[in-house]
Every structure is written in structure tokens, then in C-alpha cells.
Design a protein around this ligand. Structure first.
Ligand code: ADP
Ligand code: MG
Length: 401
């Protein structure tokens, strides 16, 4: 890999801007339900501080509306958890793009957290103007957010082009090394499990994924789209009807590789106390919501997991947060833990499910990435990594010439 690493950059007395991924899952009261991503970001921050950097950290959290910071979008809970992990108070800065008194005062050994970067107008659109403003805040830009490397946004992409120095943090580097090692020549059969709620962003990846793996297990909203494509019924379930032709094309192109659920667990309301009812897919009613895989489907999937050589997993196969709808995800998690296969799991909610079912220690590698992890698997170039590599090659040429 051609990029500069944070550990190779002299940060003494310099302002270091770290784009971390602190986008952690939260419960209904807004409490952090899994802090893996915050913990994973600590080593990069500590390293920059220990070597005399003046450190600013930012992240996105959720999907806020641009230009408006609401209580649901603030990084305040992240600042306090990061403070606990760092053993020091972490000041949270709002409206930080143009600097200010906080920025003039920033010196070696200081650490501040900059509010939700996705609230800044232009962030999602990868605005050059915004990127230049942010690049002016720092001497060194460091991307340590593996989980967002598949997105070209101002803090993950354009900013890397305009900062004086651009480098990769230790988490990003470690993730790429581990994934490369595991997936360069995976032990077969290679089984992928793709579930969750972000249907459109994931469904489009499935065709390439299907070509690369030996079996593709689907759950969540993705499974519902495939049930539709196979001629089944899904009632009011989360799905993407306009992608049914694509789903059907995948089923036709890879016969037998993608088991479509035969039974499901339904509810009449999307609520924690909804009554679960198990049905074959052809008995799903118009007012049903499919919220988990059924036991017969799970029984068909377990041998695939038991016999796998490598398992990659992103996305819970059901609404595991609700007590009546977590059995499918629990069964798969336990089967992965019991399997001799090398397993890699990634995704904010996937990690929360793994933690909930107590199998974290028995997963081969825990990645902080969800979508990025899938795109890596698919063999795509991740834009945030590509720009770091460009900058790395430039830096090397300059030092040579
Ligand atoms: P990750 O964060 O691991 O990448 P996603 O964010 O895509 O995963 O999806 C996780 C969410 O998907 C979970 O909160 C879960 O409740 C939800 N989910 C799973 N199955 C369904 C379903 N059938 N209908 C609605 N939501 C679902
Ligand atoms: Mg998620």
C-alpha cells in the first residue's frame, strides 16, 4: 500500500486532524449500546498526542440533515465516552469549520472533538470548498475511519487532497492488512452472510459478491427483496421492490448459491413488544412485517456455516434488538462461533449483535467496517484509500526528486 502512515509522520508541535469513525449504535434513549468503534479509534489519537501533536478528531454520527445540529446528532455522548477511555476531559467544539478561539489556542498535547462532520453543508457532496476550509485547520490530515472509506465525502476524500500532509491512521492500516491477509486466498468454501437494513447500498454489491463466494446467505431487508424476486410475499416488510429484477437476475446467474428463506418470523407492528409469529413465506399476510428468518430456514443454513472454510458477515438477519426477533441472528452467530472456519464480521449493528450474543471472542477478526468491508470484499477501489495512495506516491516522488 502506497499511503503514508501516521507513525511515519513527524507530528511534534503540529496540528493533526483525525477523521475517525465514532458512529456507534445507540439505544432508544440515545445511550451508546456498543463502543467498539470508539475504543478502536483510541490508539491513533494516543499516538498523535504522545508524539506532541495538537489533535482534533471528528466523525459523523447517524444521518443528520446538513446545516442543522439536533440533540440526536450531537457527538456529546461520544465526547464523554472518549474522555472516559482517554482518562481526560474531551472538549466538544461546534461550528468549527472556520476555526476560532479554540483553534488559535490549540497546542501540543491538546485534544478536542469536532462536532458531527455530516452536519456541515457540503460534507456528503465531497465539496472542494468545504474540504479546503477544513484542510486549513491542520498541518497533518489523518484518516483512521476504515468504515467510511467507501464514501467520497469532504472529510474522507476531498480533504485528503488539500491538506499539507495526508496519511492513514493505525486502525485503517490494520484493517486493510487483516482483510488482505484473510481474503487474498480464502480457504473454501467461502460463505458470505449479508443482512441488515441498508438495502440499496448493499443489494448492488451482491452480484459481484455472489460471483466470488461459494454461498451467499441473505437476511434482513435484503432477504425480503429476494423473497419478492422468488415470487413470495412480504406484506409491509422492509425491501426494495425496484431492485427485484436485479435480485432475480442474481438468482438466475448463480443457481443454488443463494438460499431464499422458506419461513420467516412476522409481526403486525415494528415494536419491541410485538408478538412474533412464524410462517412459511407463502402465508405472509398483507399487513405482516417480516422481522427475522424462520427456524426451518435457519436449519437449512447451519450446515453451510458448519462446513465453511471462511465466513464473512455483515448485517444482522433480523431485528435482533427486539426479544422475539433475534433467534435467527443468534443461531447464525453461535454457528459461526462454533465453526472451524476463519470468520470476519463487520458493521456497527453486526458487532452489537455479536456482543449481545456473547461470541465476540470466537470471531476470527472483527472489522469496524460494514459497507466498506463489503466493498473491499467485492474488490472495489475505496475512494478514501485511493486518494491517500495518490498523496503517498506524490510525497515519495517529491522526496526522491
Ligand atoms: P450494520 O450496521 O451491521 O452494517 P445495518 O445498519 O445495515 O447493519 O442493519 C442493521 C439493522 O437492520 C438492525 O438494527 C436490525 O434491526 C435491522 N434489521 C434486520 N432485519 C430487519 C428486517 N427484516 N426488517 C427491518 N429491519 C431489519
Ligand atoms: Mg448499522
Amino acid at each position: 500500500m502506497d499511503f503514508l502512515r501516521l507513525s511515519d509522520v513527524d507530528v511534534q508541535g503540529r496540528r493533526v486532524f483525525i477523521r475517525a469513525d465514532l458512529n456507534v449504535p445507540r439505544d432508544d434513549e440515545g445511550r451508546i449500546s456498543d463502543d467498539t468503534r470508539i475504543r478502536a479509534s483510541v490508539p491513533g489519537i494516543r499516538d498523535a498526542l504522545a508524539r506532541g501533536g495538537a489533535v482534533m478528531v471528528t466523525s459523523h454520527l447517524g444521518r443528520p440533515a446538513e446545516g442543522r445540529l439536533t440533540d440526536a446528532d450531537t457527538l456529546a455522548p461520544i465526547a464523554s465516552r472518549l474522555g472516559e477511555l482517554m482518562g481526560r476531559e474531551v472538549m466538544l467544539i461546534r461550528d468549527w469549520v472556520n476555526g476560532g478561539a479554540w483553534h488559535s489556542a490549540l497546542t501540543s498535547g491538546d485534544l478536542v472533538l469536532l462536532e458531527n462532520c455530516r452536519v456541515n453543508p457540503g460534507e456528503k457532496a465531497d465539496s472542494v470548498e468545504l474540504a479546503k476550509q477544513m484542510a486549513n485547520l491542520c498541518d497533518v490530515y489523518c484518516n483512521d475511519a476504515f468504515a467510511t472509506t467507501h464514501r467520497a465525502e469532504a472529510t474522507t476524500h476531498a480533504m485528503a487532497r488539500y491538506a499539507a500532509v495526508a496519511c492513514a491512521g493505525p486502525l485503517l492500516t490494520a484493517e486493510l492488512d487483516a482483510l488482505d491477509k484473510a481474503l487474498a486466498a480464502p480457504k473454501r468454501p467461502l460463505v458470505a452472510i449479508v443482512g441488515g437494513a441498508k438495502v440499496s447500498t448493499k443489494l448492488t454489491l451482491l452480484r459481484t459478491l455472489a460471483a466470488n463466494v461459494d454461498a451467499l446467505i441473505v437476511g434482513g431487508g435484503i432477504a425480503n427483496t429476494f423473497i419478492l424476486a422468488a415470487g413470495g410475499r412480504i406484506g409491509q416488510s422492509l425491501a426494495e421492490p425496484e431492485l427485484v429484477p436485479e435480485a432475480r437476475a442474481i438468482l438466475d446467474a448463480f443457481p443454488g448459491k443463494l438460499p431464499v428463506p422458506v419461513d420467516v418470523v412476522c409481526a403486525k407492528r415494528f415494536a419491541a413488544d410485538a408478538t412474533p409469529s412464524i410462517k412459511p413465506v407463502d402465508a405472509v399476510a398483507d399487513d405482516d412485517l417480516i422481522l427475522d428468518l424462520g427456524p426451518q430456514t435457519v436449519a437449512l443454513l447451519l450446515p453451510l456455516i458448519a462446513n465453511a472454510g471462511t465466513i464473512v458477515w455483515n448485517g444482522p438477519v433480523g431485528v435482533f434488538e427486539f426479544p422475539g426477533f433475534g433467534d435467527g441472528t443468534r443461531a447464525l452467530a453461535e454457528a459461526i462461533a462454533a465453526s472451524a472456519a476463519f470468520s470476519i464480521a463487520g458493521g456497527g449493528d453486526t458487532l452489537a449483535a455479536i456482543a449481545k450474543f456473547g461470541v465476540t471472542d470466537r470471531i476470527g477478526y472483527i472489522s469496524t467496517g460494514g459497507g466498506a468491508f463489503l466493498e473491499f470484499l467485492e474488490g472495489r477501489t475505496l475512494p478514501a484509500i485511493e486518494v491517500l495512495e495518490e498523496r503517498g506516491r506524490e510525497a515519495r516522488e517529491r522526496s526522491r526528486g
